[in-house]
Design a protein around this ligand. Structure first.
Ligand SMILES: Nc1nc2c(ncn2[C@@H]2O[C@H](COP(=O)(O)OP(=O)(O)OP(=O)(O)O)[C@@H](O)[C@H]2O)c(=O)[nH]1
Ligand SMILES: [Mg+2]
Length: 240
């Protein structure tokens, strides 16, 4: 068999494996998913109203595993920890690693372990806030489970959503994961201190984000050196 024929068969098998269940079963699956997302949206709206009632600014941070979500929050806390009363809700499948890191930076932190679920949803956030006195906070950050796919299904009721990727994930990472960029206010491209070593095409990443969502604000950062963290704080609307 020629290489070309082998490639064609391979592609045919790929396409075949992409076929979804047909008929009633598929309709039912879609209906259930739509219902869950709708209920989540209703609860997220209530959460947002609760935040507003208490004058709390809220930001949710999503992004790939290890892109630097916690590291960026830590850097922001170094600058804002004494200005705002901050609660950081961290989502991870397991462990309390991120919450422990955050607590070293003048902020309260709660860790949610999602187990087999690949994203936080509004029910998780509601469980936390109904047991908290929201008068004690001015600012809430929510760090989602590291993942560029699942969090797009669940809004959390925050004012702003930030999606973080880093240049170590390759210059195609934004192009391959458009959904979160479509629904985010800010795109952060992190780890630019490694740009010379990796030679990632950062301009392509910026232009991909803009193509996917012309309204998105794009910023390059380094949580290691602190480059552009002040600018990010300004873009989020938290002052200089
Ligand atoms: N060189 C460099 N390393 C970074 C930067 N930001 C984060 N890191 C490192 O990347 C690793 C992952 O950072 P985290 O902040 O844990 O990333 P995360 O997105 O919170 O990861 P998960 O919560 O596990 O999804 C750590 O070793 C950080 O020190 C950066 O800007 N430059
Ligand atoms: Mg983290």
């Amino acid at each position: 068999m020629s290489d070309k024929e082998e490639r064609e068969i391979q592609r045919f098998m790929e396409l075949d494996s992409n076929k979804l269940t047909k008929g009633k079963e598929r309709e039912l699956a879609i209906q259930i998913e739509e219902d869950i997302m709708k209920q989540n949206e209703i609860l997220a709206d209530q959460i947002n109203q609760e935040f507003k009632k208490h004058n709390i600014k809220s930001v949710d941070i999503v992004g790939a595993i290890g892109a630097g979500k916690t590291a960026i929050i830590e850097k922001i806390l170094e600058k804002l920890g004494s200005k705002y009363r901050i609660l950081v809700i961290c989502g991870d499948v397991t462990t309390r690693v991120d919450a422990n890191r955050i607590e070293k930076h003048n902020a309260e932190s709660i860790q949610i372990n999602t187990g087999r679920e690949c994203a936080l949803n509004a029910y998780h956030i509601n469980q936390i806030i109904k047991n908290k006195d929201l008068n004690n906070y001015d600012l809430i950050f929510i760090e989602n489970v590291g993942n560029l796919i699942c969090p797009s299904d669940f809004v959390l009721g925050t004012d702003k959503r930030i999606t973080i990727v880093s240049i170590t994930e390759g210059e195609w990472v934004i192009e391959k994961h458009p959904m979160l960029f479509k629904m985010s206010d800010i795109a952060v491209i992190n780890k630019i201190d490694l740009a010379e070593i990796l030679e990632t095409n950062i301009d392509k990443m910026i232009s991909d984000a803009k193509k996917i969502n012309p309204n998105i604000q794009v910023i390059t950062t380094s949580a290691k050196t602190g480059e552009n963290i002040n600018k990010l704080i300004e873009i989020i609307g938290l002052g200089k």
